[in-house]
Design a protein around this ligand. Structure first.
Ligand SMILES: Cc1cc2nc3c(=O)[nH]c(=O)nc-3n(C[C@H](O)[C@H](O)[C@H](O)COP(=O)(O)OP(=O)(O)OC[C@H]3O[C@@H](n4cnc5c(N)ncnc54)[C@H](O)[C@@H]3O)c2cc1C
Length: 91
């Protein structure tokens, strides 16, 4: 039996209670547990937004972005897995 030790380094803090409720995820975007990144202004992108910059939320918290996401389960595409295998990545 292996005796593993895992060191977890995390820039953020513990998650707030609201992160347990998926419906509240939108309130966590832009909060202090979000890195609050914005996209760079680009032609044809985020045209309706200030300085043409979209929010690019990423969790800065224990649990990462899944702490601020919607918990929607999305199945992988069969073609994606087949293409990765055909590109030389069996299994
Ligand atoms: C608003 C939103 C909704 C979403 N909804 C869904 C959904 O419903 N279903 C779904 O499947 N996916 C969803 N996603 C996508 C999914 O949440 C992310 O793709 C996934 O959580 C990313 O995981 P990760 O492990 O790659 O990165 P992360 O979970 O972002 O983990 C990176 C971690 O590293 C930490 N870190 C970064 N830099 C440093 C540093 N220098 N030192 C220490 N720690 C650091 C961060 O704080 C973070 O905790 C959503 C994403 C967002 C933004």
């Amino acid at each position: 039996m292996h005796q593993w030790k895992v060191l977890l380094l995390e820039a953020g803090s513990d998650p707030p209670l609201t992160s347990d409720i998926p419906r509240f995820a939108t309130s966590l975007v832009g909060s202090d547990i979000d890195w609050q990144y914005k996209t760079e202004p680009q032609d044809g992108i985020c045209l309706g937004l200030e300085n043409k910059q979209c929010k690019w939320p990423r969790g800065k918290v224990l649990g990462g972005t899944s702490t601020i996401n919607y918990l929607a389960y999305v199945r992988g595409m069969k073609n994606d897995f087949d293409n990765w295998a055909n590109a030389g990545n069996p299994g």
